[in-house]
Write a protein that binds this ligand. Structure first.
Ligand SMILES: NC(=O)c1ccc[n+]([C@@H]2O[C@H](COP(=O)([O-])OP(=O)(O)OC[C@H]3O[C@@H](n4cnc5c(N)ncnc54)[C@H](OP(=O)(O)O)[C@@H]3O)[C@@H](O)[C@H]2O)c1
Length: 284
């Protein structure tokens, strides 16, 4: 496994398992145990995924040491305030059955993020969290947040994959010593990404799969990533990306399929309100 060093000195694995939509108690627990036992050093969950309890049971059951794994969870919008963050973190620790969480992030730049950050800063100083970070922050929001807080976010999670490569966003983070984490590296399978001709060609040349090429491409950009799979064979495939290297030409060629953009909260009032209402219905 390869690691990055966050701006507070904490080492974070460059590859982990994303567990969004893994909610069947038996199937998800078995999959997460399998992932941990095959060597996944990191699990990315969130209060909003409704499976922190499943992750907690899997960690208890798996034959791994707590100090050898890195657990990320996220504070949801309904808890986005000082008191809410206190409640949210306690709930995450309780469901995960952990004494500390490695990385805890504000899941969206929505609500009283300054109040929530103040509490997370206290919890970080008390050792309940080893690093604190943000999620889906635009460049401007990240700069504002760094300027008006005592503790700088260690990471910013954003959607990034070959269709939405986010090079400028990454440069803005690198310049400020904030680690980029790419969520949805496979675009959740949308846009026929696994059948993209250039990626297929590169995969054949390296005797690897398109999924492995995508992960390798992110790793070589020094981006941390968290592919999701519930299938042990695909999980193993996604972990087997440390024994080959893309060439400089491969890396350059992949830039040609960038469509720009990537998930961002809408500016339009009606669209923004629609998202807030949808999330409220889905996650509370
Ligand atoms: N912070 C945020 O706002 C945010 C938002 C979205 C997601 N995330 C995080 O990012 C993680 C990943 O995103 P995601 O789950 O939306 O999508 P993803 O990782 O881009 O794609 C997952 C899809 O790809 C399939 N897959 C996985 N490995 C494969 C392989 N080697 N070959 C072919 N298909 C493969 C999976 O199917 P199988 O499971 O059947 O293998 C699943 O359908 C989430 O689980 C979550 O932890 C964060």
């Amino acid at each position: 496994m390869e690691f990055v060093t966050l701006n507070n000195g904490v080492k974070m694995p460059k590859l982990g398992l994303g567990v969004m939509q893994m909610t069947d108690p038996v199937e998800a627990e078995n999959a997460i145990v399998a992932a941990l036992e095959m060597g996944y050093p990191m699990i990315d969950t969130a209060a909003a995924y409704g499976n922190e309890d499943i992750v907690g049971r899997a960690i208890k059951r798996a034959n791994v040491k707590r100090e050898d794994i890195f657990v990320t969870s996220k504070l949801w919008v309904s808890d986005m305030s000082y008191e809410g963050a206190k409640r949210g973190l306690e709930s995450s620790l309780d469901k995960l059955q952990l004494d500390y969480i490695d990385l805890y992030v504000l899941h969206q730049p929505i609500g009283d993020i300054y109040g929530a950050w103040r509490y997370l800063t206290e919890a970080y100083k008390e050792g309940k969290i080893r690093a604190i970070g943000v999620d889906n922050f635009t460049q401007a929001k990240l700069v504002e947040f760094i300027k008006f807080n005592e503790v700088k976010p260690a990471v910013n999670l954003i959607q990034a994959n070959p269709y939405h490569q986010r090079h400028e966003d990454q440069a803005a983070m690198v310049a400020r010593d904030v680690q980029m984490v790419a969520w949805q590296p496979f675009s959740a399978g949308d846009g026929n990404l696994f059948e993209q001709p250039l990626l297929k060609e590169i995969a054949v040349a390296h005797n690897k799969t398109v999924a492995q090429v995508i992960l390798r491409w992110l790793l070589q950009r020094d981006v941390v990533t968290i592919p999701k799979s519930i299938n042990p064979e695909r999980m193993a495939q996604n972990l087997a990306v440390f024994d080959f290297e893309l060439t400089a030409e491969d890396m350059e060629a992949i830039k040609s399929i960038d469509q720009g953009g990537g998930f961002a909260l809408p500016d339009n009032a009606d669209n923004f309100e629609r998202i807030l209402n949808m999330w409220e219905q889905m996650f509370g």
